[in-house]
Write a protein that binds this ligand. Sequence first.
Ligand code: GUN
Length: 167
Amino acid sequence: MNKFEDIIEKLNLQPHPEGGYFKETYRSKGEMNEGSLDSNYIGNRNYSTCIYFLLTSGTFSAFHRIKQDEIWHFYDGSPIKLHTISPKGVHSEFIIGRDFDKGQAPQLVVSGGDWFAATVIGNDDYALVGCTVAPGFHFNDFEVPTRKELISKFPKHQDIITEFTHR
Ligand code: GUN
């Protein structure tokens, strides 16, 4: 058994619709009601949620966006390269990892509303991270564009969008 298969089994991770494996580890019991959230949200949301997320080499988490900021925490394995495209079309790259001498950081905040995609840097490896959001995650706040839709918004990023979209 590969080490990552062992982790998937021990942490009881499930396939994530956009690539990788995940398990929700925390969902606050408390809720914010719609009236106290900004107008982008329809309905109530838990205060906060957290997941384990595991990505393997040669796969990727496809470009998607959520409404709230998402805080990534590095736990184990190879570093992750995360790409963002802001609503204004600025592409940025970040490395989430523990090699501080190389400028990697063990935490990264992805701004709500940015499109983002992630890959594992090493070959034949995996990355295990945590992703925390507030308000809590809801699939209604999760948008996955097609390759064509995202390229039509940001034609100059066609190559990176083609690389990190499934369809
Ligand atoms: N729960 C299910 N999918 C996700 C995700 O992509 N991010 C966060 N933070 N929680 C999730």
